[in-house]
Ligand binder design. Structure first.
Ligand code: ATP
Length: 488
């Protein structure tokens, strides 16, 4: 644990030093739970988003049955607004149920999540858990809604209240009919979205792990009820493998099925994909993604009104007047199967991932300290970010060995590569220092231009991880990099 804490401190410092992640509004002292991505961080996050979008949507073949799937399926994308009609959150259950239990201390005026008391720290010295000092004066746990409230329009009254979305999922449900009517998709199919979500977390912490503004990558997969179990299992495995294929080691990644008493009010089954983040204790894991079997809860709620458990199923929750407590849209959101001529609410499987948590896991996994020869027969410590090539912010750096003589040829090579990848040109400092800088940025390949280049039109490619150097003709550079970066 001590080593892990040390590792986390080193990673946070590297993120700042190299421009991966900064505290939001840092020059004003920062604001808790908000983070900014710097020049390298923004590329890392874009690459995660693009990998997800490609692997889930644009790279998916709608005509084939993938291994482990019951049938072929279609995938479509969507992007909806952050502020939605307030009734969306009433029908979905968020207005009433999206809360944490919190405990306040009258003495130090701090607020803690009731389920985190044992792992939280009271601000009084010496550091102890809340409630452990004689002076601590804790309240009973009370509900605290996590949705950020705002007002729409010029008037500030209860009628103008709206919410910043706490998840992207509801956008897919309320647009279900629009997508079916316009894209001609047939069951089974998925609608996916990437976008910002906001939660007024009581105790944001662990770097970006628990933030108040974060990005989600969510997909709602609609299928026939009798096939839903098989699809649930398919998506659990797909999503777990996605992280492994992008470099998270399987011994640090677990797929954990929720116990019955952990399930959300809507869920018929949920599995979390969890990673052994270094800020957690031995044997502890933090959630990267939840894969939930949501049944027909959401489409029915948005049709009929907020649902509550009723035996094995759900029924519309009624108010004292016998009408739905929180009404739905009244629109028929059932799917019409034209071949079987039947109408029904499809069941939904939802893989819900956090882009920032994925970025943090990839950063933790990539951070490596090793030793490399310094060219004078000694070994030198280095820090290297071993990102998967698809995620690496910079794919290759072009480095002239001699600033004067080799610069023009090096710039020419840089310009040839630029249309294909995010490449970096660097002529400042010794070659060893330039390699070290690229290692810390996680650049998989360095291309060195030297005196031989002018003679035989060849360059050296240095591999970030193995340090192997290969001499290749400049004409083969683009093909070679394509091959290497695609992981072939
Ligand atoms: P937690 O139990 O950690 O609060 P959750 O179960 O409420 O998470 P979901 O509602 O399932 O999370 O959201 C899906 C994903 O969105 C999570 O797996 C996580 O990756 C991401 N996420 C949720 N809350 C946050 C947050 N406060 N900061 C960063 N990412 C988050």
């Amino acid at each position: 644990m001590a080593d892990n804490k040390n590792l986390m401190d080193k990673l946070v410092s590297l993120c700042k030093r190299q421009g991966f992640i900064f505290q939001s509004s840092e020059i004003y002292g920062g604001i808790g739970g908000f983070w900014d991505y710097g020049p390298l961080g923004v590329e890392l996050k874009r690459n995660i988003r693009e990998a997800w979008w490609h692997d889930m949507i644009t790279g998916h073949d709608n005509t084939l049955t993938p291994e482990g799937a019951p049938s072929p399926y279609s995938m479509t994308g969507l992007e909806c607004s952050i502020v939605m009609h307030p009734q969306v959150w009433k029908a979905s259950g968020h207005y009433e149920l999206f809360h944490d239990m919190m405990v306040d201390c009258h003495e130090c005026k701090s607020r803690f999540r009731a389920d985190h008391i044992g792992s939280s720290q009271c601000p009084q010295k010496p550091s102890k858990c809340p409630g452990e000092h004689d002076k601590c004066d804790l309240t009973e746990p009370r509900e605290f809604n996590l949705m950020f409230k705002t007002h729409v329009g010029a008037l500030f009254n209860p009628d103008s209240e709206a919410y910043m979305r706490p998840e992207t999922a509801q956008g897919m449900f309320v647009n279900f009919k629009n997508v079916v009517d316009t894209s001609r998709v047939k069951l089974p199919f998925g609608i996916a979205q990437i976008g910002k979500s906001f939660r007024n977390e009581i105790t944001p912490r662990n770097f970006t792990f628990r933030s108040r503004e974060f990005e989600q990558m969510e997909m709602e997969f609609f299928c026939r009820p009798e096939e839903s179990r098989q699809w649930y299992e398919y998506w659990r495995d797909q999503r777990y493998n996605w992280y492994v294929n992008l470099g998270l080691k399987s011994d640090k990644l677990i797929l954990r099925d929720h116990e019955a008493d952990e399930l959300s009010h809507y869920s018929n089954g949920t599995a979390d994909i969890e990673y052994a983040f270094p800020f957690l204790g031995e044997g502890e894991y933090g959630e990267l993604e939840g894969v939930a079997h949501r049944g027909d809860y959401d489409l029915r709620s948005h049709s009929e009104g907020k649902l509550v458990r009723d035996g094995d199923g759900f029924a519309v929750e009624l108010g004292e007047d016998g009408k739905p407590k929180y009404s739905g849209s009244g629109k028929d959101l059932r799917y019409h199967d034209q071949v079987a001529n039947e109408k029904f609410f499809p069941h939904v499987i939802e893989p819900a991932a956090g882009c920032d948590r994925a970025a943090l896991a990839f950063l933790c996994e990539a951070y490596t300290e090793d030793q490399v020869p310094d060219g004078k027969g000694e070994l030198q410590e280095r820090i290297v970010m071993k990102f998967h090539p698809r995620l690496a912010p910079i794919k290759a750096a072009v480095l002239p060995l001699r600033k004067k003589e080799d610069a023009e040829i090096a710039k020419d090579i840089y310009r040839k590569l630029k249309p294909y990848w995010n490449v970096f040109y660097d002529e400042g400092g010794s070659i060893g220092r330039r390699y070290r800088r690229q290692d810390e940025s996680g650049t998989p390949y360095c291309i060195t231009v030297d005196a031989e280049t002018a003679e035989d039109n060849s360059v050296t490619i240095r591999d970030r991880d193995s340090l192997k150097q290969e001499r290749i003709p400049v004409d083969e550079l683009i093909g070679k990099l394509h091959e290497k970066l695609s992981g072939a």
